[in-house]
Design a binder for this molecule. Sequence first.
Ligand SMILES: *Cc1c(COP(=O)(O)O)cnc(C)c1O
Ligand SMILES: [Zn+2]
Length: 400
Amino acid sequence: MREILKCTNCGKEFSTDALYQRCDVCNETLDVVHKIKKQKKLSFNGNNLIEKYRSFMPSFSSIQGLSMGEGNTPLIESRYLSREIGIEQLFFKDESRNPTGSFKDRGTFTGIRRAIQLGIKEVGTASTGNMAASVSAYAARAGIKCHILVSKETPDEKLIPILVYQPNLIKIEGDYGKLYYESLRIGKENGIYFINGDDPYRSEGSKTISFEIIEALYPRIPDYIFVPLSSGGNILSLIKGIEELNQAGLLDKFPTIIGVQAKGCAPIYNAFKEKKMTITKIPNPNTIAHAISNPFPPSGNKLLRKLNHYPGSVIAVDDEQLLKAQKLLASREGVFSQPEGVASLAGAIMMRQQNKITPHDRIVCIITGSGLKVKEVLKGLISNIKCINMADLEKTLLNR
Ligand SMILES: *Cc1c(COP(=O)(O)O)cnc(C)c1O
Ligand SMILES: [Zn+2]
């Protein structure tokens, strides 16, 4: 059987021969559904994510040279923080090592591959951050046109890591939340593939993070995986990957997945806490964590539905916890994440303090993006740098 696209809400099926991204009946998200064969052992080989995880992938035609080595990131065991925060087995999945510095490259790789397979020559995304940089870079690599839609308020400085790839970047006045749906409509009618956060084929790439985490620790399975949460695309892909490993007969238990939002913009957390099945838009997001502050996440409802069937929950941390976790991860472990990228660690620290996880639980924190692109939040570090005359160098160095 070839794969199909299926609505995650009403179950309507769509052919994979054309560009479908959301259900035309209920407007909810679609999943790629394909048959997973039983496997005897967990062992993967291949030059890129599609080759390596072929048995879990939809049919992609072969395209040479598109890969930039996305994925294959290290699972780093904590040396110092595990003791400080009282978690014996603590691991960081360092997604900052991807070609453009975030996990987005996994899904962009498969998304662009899908676009080329459909014969589409233009792609795009509505994003001002890592997603935009990632899609721009892979479009450049594929030699196809790329449209980046950002809100009018975005500061120019933030656009530099995107503009370097020379996409067609357009600032837009109006409701940024509507832009996602408007871009999908225009794209479908005009052959532009908007590879937004919860595109079904982006998800096929993003889910490989689960295969890597499980493979790295196998046969041990993590008790908890913490992941920063905004639109929900990444966490849902993570769960999809785990469920597919289970269908292949390779798991004997499910890791519990904890999505961590920023308190200043936590629509999924709010709904989850109140046991609602639909999210409500946040009118005024207020957080430094821009990469995880989607006020009306397009996959929010899908995640709420999923958490009825999969072990997991959603929590929220404030900006202070994020900045503290960012500095801890860099100063104790040597890993420089953007503040959004350590929402996972901030969440694990909080749940440990609240005794909701034990010292013996095996914990993986996904570090979603590099700190190198996002420096404005760290201006405070500059306040007390020492400056001395060279004649005083020895004295100063030895004055420990
Ligand atoms: C995009 C992004 C997220 C949020 O992922 P979603 O799929 O939108 O939930 C988290 N952290 C970083 C660094 C990101 O770039
Ligand atoms: Zn539907």
